[in-house]
Design a protein around this ligand. Structure first.
Ligand code: PRP
Length: 209
């Protein structure tokens, strides 16, 4: 199955993205707005989740209706991915959460894994990798590698801002993975930062700079 690239075009997402791109936005508002965008995106990202027919007894009669057919696992890439988890699990309260810790070497820009803990049902689940930034794509590619090595087959990536370089890398190495972005920016600069982007999302979320 071939994955799709979806770049959201929604007034609320545009508005909230403008807020978090602004360098004057402080930690509290940044964190809240990242979460809000995550929730708005999750509504669309989950549009094609598989469902099964169920029959429910209402106070008035029997309703032939639908419920989710598969488990959903959210996999944030630490640290910045954490900023989108709570709002997505608010929308999908039954979702399990796995964590993959990857940091990017500031000089080589290569991803380094330092943590991975996934729920046992991950192989049968619909997996949503969340990481706000897709720069070179090294971190997301690495997370997909880990999941596929475990046998996961249904993977989507959900991020806020992507660079064309990162999109190309995922499409080249993992063409079956869906990519959902709130914005696709112009390019990477010489330090591997997305331009215009929003700066270092992890630092802005957690106030570490
Ligand atoms: C940032 C960002 C992504 C990654 C993107 O994380 O949150 O995970 O870099 O870059 P890439 O596409 O080139 O791999 P960082 O390594 O700064 O770690 P942090 O989230 O802990 O701040």
């Amino acid at each position: 199955m071939s994955g799709k690239l979806v770049v959201f075009n929604h007034p609320l997402i545009h508005h909230k993205l403008a807020l978090i791109r602004d360098e004057k936005t402080g930690t509290k508002d940044f964190r809240e707005t990242v979460a809000e965008i995550g929730m708005l995106m999750a509504y669309e990202v989950t549009r094609n989740l598989p469902t099964r027919r169920v029959s429910v007894k209402t106070p008035v009669g029997m309703a032939a209706t639908y419920m989710l057919a598969k488990e959903v696992v959210i996999v944030p890439i630490l640290r910045a991915g954490l900023g989108m988890v709570d709002s997505i699990t608010t929308l999908i309260p039954t979702a399990k959460v796995g964590h993959i810790g990857v940091y990017r070497d500031e000089k080589t820009l290569e991803p380094h894994e330092y943590y991975a803990k996934l729920p046992s049902i991950v192989t049968e689940a619909v997996v949503l990798i969340v990481d706000p930034m897709l720069a070179t794509g090294g971190s997301v590619k690495h997370a997909i590698d880990i999941l596929k090595n475990k046998g996961v087959t249904d993977i989507s990536y959900v991020g806020l801002v992507g660079a064309p370089e990162g999109v190309r890398k995922i499409q080249k190495f993992h063409p079956d993975v869906n990519i959902f972005l709130a914005a696709l920016d112009e390019k990477l600069n010489e330090y591997g930062f997305i331009v215009p982007g929003l700066g270092d999302c992890g630092d802005r979320l957690f106030g570490t700079k």
